[in-house]
Design a protein around this ligand. Sequence first.
Ligand code: SF4
Length: 282
Amino acid sequence: MACTPKISSKKNQGPSQCTTSVAQVPGIAWNCLPSADDIFGDDPNTVYVRMNVSSENKKGFDMISLQTVVEIKFSNVDKMPWLSWDTPAWECKTGSKLVDVKGSVCSDCYACGGRYIFGVVKNANEARFEQLADLESWKTAFINQLGNKYKNMRNKNNAYFRWHSSGDVQSVEHLKAINEIALALPDVKFWLPTKEIGMVKEYLESDVFADNLCVRISMFMVNQIPSKAMGLPTSTVIESENDFVPEHGNICHATTENSDHKCGDCRNCWDKSKSNVAYLKH
Ligand code: SF4
């Protein structure tokens, strides 16, 4: 009788997590779940399972390798201190509506053109987006793989992670998973810019954000005075330095003319005490 293997990524932990289906192993009829003694391997991405198999040509035991985790592909944003993780801008629930609103910060969206809509970057962002269909597996893989990146970092002072240099939160459950990733990796600082005010409000009705997760609400319109209604830090886009008013707080130096467009030592976006960060429109 065929069955879906439920396996652990570590030897001797016993079957625990459903990670593949019989359909993914052509020609093999799975006869039973593997016991802990039949699971081998130290690589968290692949385990080897000794299975009692039967096929047309083969009977008895065989070693089969199975991919056990979702592969997380991080992106590097040139100006940022560390890594990011992106999805396609056209999947933004609020942003994809704002694109058509004149004067909105999304009407000139950089992630709706150029390299974002072709080839490697487009394909990678779409593949990342698809991983969100199984939030639990995505979250587990994210914690493991970002945790490994952190462990292998030379300068741990640079562990500043930016969510969504392209894209945005998709659901309250997605937001919860992002918060759980921050809780699981307390030495990493996370910055999440978002326009999904409704999701954030619903989340905050029953939960709080981790200390190391700075959720910054992005204002919708260019030159908008930041709203403090949510009690969270905000970000704004201003047309020029002439449009700066004290409520805008700080102008991002990486967006000013003649800058090198890099964060350098600035970490304002991750700093919850910076009530607003203003980016110059470019
Ligand atoms: S405000 Fe500072 S941390 Fe944020 S993007 Fe600009 S330079 Fe980087």
